[in-house]
Design a protein around this ligand. Structure first.
Ligand code: FES
Length: 104
């Protein structure tokens, strides 16, 4: 397991997906106010970047822009078709606004 510094909470606009690269992985980071979520930036339906999609801040879900599948940000589980498999998610630690992502 490795923890990698990914910057300040204030570096990331709330409600907007951000693509980040960590240890040769391409990830999508979503901040909703003080909560931060990180998933693999790859829809489990087809190979498409979730960072191209839209965030629903009320339900804490992200929509794949390609065919509209929704994924829960807290655990990567799909909540609507056509996706049926989860997207990998990563724990994020927040040290007074400094963020670290945990890579297993
Ligand atoms: S590629 Fe994401 S829903 Fe089809």
């Amino acid at each position: 397991m490795t923890t990698v510094d990914i910057g300040q909470l204030s570096d990331f606009e709330s409600g907007v997906p951000h693509q980040i690269r960590v240890e040769n992985r391409v990830l999508v980071l979503v901040r909703i106010e003080d909560d931060v979520y990180v998933l693999d930036d790859r829809c489990s339906h087809e190979d498409f970047s979730l960072a191209e999609g839209e965030v629903d801040c009320d339900t804490a879900e992200i929509e794949c822009a390609r065919h509209g599948a929704m994924f829960r940000l807290k655990d990567g589980e799909p909540v609507s078709l056509p996706a049926t498999r989860p997207v990998a998610h990563y724990d994020v630690r927040n040290f007074d606004g400094r963020l670290e992502v945990v890579i297993p």
